[in-house]
Design a protein around this ligand. Structure first.
Ligand code: NAD
Ligand code: TDX
Length: 333
């Protein structure tokens, strides 16, 4: 019986990971520590909330006492908790530094004290910065360019330092852009799907030619679990979907998938410091035997269907504070 401490488990990827774990294993216990920021949503976990092998704790990863209390007999820590939206980090970076850097430090210290068997730091491909041609390998220097990616780089290297300095069993993953069910509708794909369903404009930053590599969230969850069990301590693993698309291509896929008009596309002011292209070389993970299983267009169809069929989930979110935030941030052209 292994005990997992999943942080940020009420968010997009963390909640998908908890569902993934319970579908795969019958002999585990999962503690979900989440502060329930605007991005944390317990409705993502409705189907499993009453399981005896699952415990939700509302709390901050920066809170040493809560973290120490939970860490005592944990086997694995998977740190998803973070402020995760680049645009918000541009407007207001302080929570990014607190949670992404200091919070990771608190978790690492506690994990060291209680001699945790594995600590997986969920980092991101954004730590490398932008690349015009080719793909980053794990040993490339980090050149983060937003307060979000800089805070994630701090956490990434701090986790590594605990391996080198204290011989802690740390693994670091750097995944590309995720999409799928339960993604907060501020990120490109869920924002555009839900806006299109409501016949609202889709705000494309700049010329729309920025490229991201897209991976279905359940492939990311599978890769994290694979690395937890097969990765080598102290190593970094890139995780990618192998689906590089620019934002115009993604927008057209969504509009076609929903049978909506291209007139919904609207070009707005560019994001400050907008990275042109992300691309990671995933041969290191492939050489261990892991590859994504979901085909991109099928996963996009699944995702579009999910947002079509679960309007109760996102309509609540979009009706409140979130809309005011967007109205302030972006003036539609
Ligand atoms: P998300 O914003 O949907 O979820 C983050 C979760 O963390 C929320 O539930 C929130 O309540 C919680 N949280 C925030 N601050 C906290 C704190 N101080 N203490 C405890 N909980 C806190 O984010 P996501 O998209 O699910 O991303 C999860 C992780 O994966 C992040 O570390 C992110 O950097 C990384 N990542 C995301 C992507 C992506 O495409 N979304 C890609 C690569 C890596
Ligand atoms: O309204 C929009 N219009 C637009 O053109 C939004 C929200 C985004 N974009 C563009 C900006 C990016 O080029 O779409 C692309 C994707 O944007 P986001 O969904 O905000 O993702 P990104 O900035 O690439 O970061 C994501 O991937 C890596 C996650 O938010 C991070 O948490 C993760 O680490």
């Amino acid at each position: 019986m292994k005990k997992y401490l999943v942080t940020g488990g009420a968010g997009f990827i963390g909640s998908n990971y908890i569902h993934y774990l319970f579908e795969k294993y019958s002999d585990i216990q999962v503690i979900n520590l989440d502060k329930l920021t605007y991005a944390g949503n317990l409705e993502n976990l409705r189907e499993i909330e009453n399981r005896p092998d699952y415990q939700f704790v509302e709390g901050d990863i920066c809170d040493e006492k809560i973290v120490d209390d939970l860490m005592k007999d944990v086997d694995y820590v998977i740190n998803f908790a973070a402020e995760s939206h680049v645009d918000r980090s541009i407007g207001s970076p302080d929570d990014f530094i607190k949670t992404d850097v200091y919070g990771t430090f608190v978790l690492l210290e506690s994990a060291r004290k209680y001699k945790i068997k594995k600590f997986v730091q969920i980092s991101t491909d954004e730590v490398y910065g932008s690349i015009e041609k080719g793909s980053f390998v794990e040993t490339d220097p980090l050149m983060p360019s937003s307060p979000y990616s800089a805070s994630k780089s701090g956490a990434d290297r701090l986790a590594y330092s605990y391996f080198v300095t204290y011989d802690m069993p740390v693994l670091i993953t750097r995944c590309s852009n995720n999409f799928g069910q339960y993604q907060y509708p501020e990120k490109l794909i869920p924002l555009f799907i839900t806006n299109a369903i409501e016949d609202k404009k889709l705000p494309i930053y700049g010329d729309g030619k920025n490229v991201r590599d897209w991976i279905y969230v359940l492939d990311h969850c599978d890769a994290v679990d694979f690395i937890l069990h097969n990765g080598k301590n102290g190593e970094v693993y890139n995780i990618g979907g192998g689906n590089e698309r620019n934002n115009l291509e993604i927008t057209e896929l969504i509009l076609n998938g929903l049978g909506k008009s291209k007139n919904l596309m609207t070009f707005v002011e560019d994001r400050l410091g907008h990275d042109r292209r992300y691309s990671v070389d995933c041969r290191k993970l492939e050489s261990l035997g892991w590859r994504p299983k979901y085909e991109f267009s099928k996963a996009m169809d699944l995702t579009i269907d999910w947002y079509k069929n679960n309007q109760w989930w996102w309509k609540k979110i979009k009706s409140g504070e979130y809309l005011d935030y967007y109205k302030k941030q972006y003036k539609m052209k």
